[in-house]
Design a protein around this ligand. Sequence first.
Ligand SMILES: Nc1ncnc2c1ncn2[C@@H]1O[C@H](COP(=O)(O)OP(=O)(O)OP(=O)(O)O)[C@@H](O)[C@H]1O
Ligand SMILES: [Mg+2]
Length: 370
Amino acid sequence: MVLWHNQTLFKNIDVFDLDYLPEEYLHRDRQISQLASNLRPALMKSRPINTLCLGPPSTGKTTAVKLLFKEIEDVSDVVIPVYVNCQIINSKQQVFAKIFEKVHGYALPSYGTPFTKVYYSILNKILDDEKVLIVALDDLNIILDDKVMNEILHSLIKAHEEVDGVKIGVIGISTDVRIAERFDIYVGSIFHPDVVLFPPYSWEEIYDILHSRAKFGFYPDALTDEALEKIVDLTHEAGDLRFGIYLLKMAGREAEKRASRRIEVRDVEAVCEDGWKVFLRKGVLALNSVERALLKLIYLSSNEMTTGQLYRQFKEIIQISYAKFHEIIMKLEHLKLIDTAYRKGRGKTRVVIKKYDSKLVLDALNEFKF
Ligand SMILES: Nc1ncnc2c1ncn2[C@@H]1O[C@H](COP(=O)(O)OP(=O)(O)OP(=O)(O)O)[C@@H](O)[C@H]1O
Ligand SMILES: [Mg+2]
């Protein structure tokens, strides 16, 4: 049976948008209940427990907080949840402009309003209305300037000292699990968040999550189990659930293109290379020029290098301390662009391992002029 040109395999293609809130949020019961119990006091007009959600990319941190915020808005008119994406909103002024808008129900009249005026107007309003504010700062580690990050946290956690009786809870979300090391003395001494960890998903967990996504996005039986398993393999290998969601959508389109009623392994294979490219481009986009230069050096070399050898070569191109170099290696590994492993030799040495075909990575890098 073929698919006619006006037919589709997609019941709802929006399901494959990355910011789509999934109907089923799987394998995160522990995290959800820990978060919920930290926020619960707010429903009783008490101050919620400050929380840090930590874990690698695509482990469901944003989704958990958004789902809970949605639920809170449905059941409570005491709590005002404010979701702040620090990738877009990344100064103290912008964060508080966003809170102002949510608390007052209208946007700040102009950007010229002095910060203290905005700040006290928020605090006084929630106190008068007897509300509890919960602010989620998503992708907090994206704010590279420690001073800015600490200023934002500081303003939120000292609010009850400024206006007696004010209740504010903070949820910080970060892929950098060591973010607390960046807190200054003041923030560190009064901000003792409860940590909720989001570990990477196993193969089986990825299978369940993608299976559920497909159930809501495709018509029944559109996706063959073999194709799904192939996508799960690739997702597990990439270590990023977003890659799998993207592959589901692209494979669905590919099957439609050849007018098939079923998505098969060959559709996944057909879109896989482009999938890697998009995925790599995203990774490369997250790097600055020095980091890209190091990635390039790694993928240009034909043999496996120890971190020491690599450092010596890199230093000839760019003057950099070993500590900084090491930080970049960790970032590249965290973004799943490389692997590192210990090898037994004279003592213990660490080698850098390419994760992808060199051409794919170099092509992605060449799209940038630097
Ligand atoms: N447990 C889950 N069940 C269903 N879908 C999930 C689950 N975890 C993640 N997802 C889906 O995977 C994608 C990435 O999840 P999310 O944005 O919540 O990750 P994140 O941890 O915030 O990642 P990042 O640190 O990169 O922002 C989303 O499309 C989300 O719907
Ligand atoms: Mg997120």
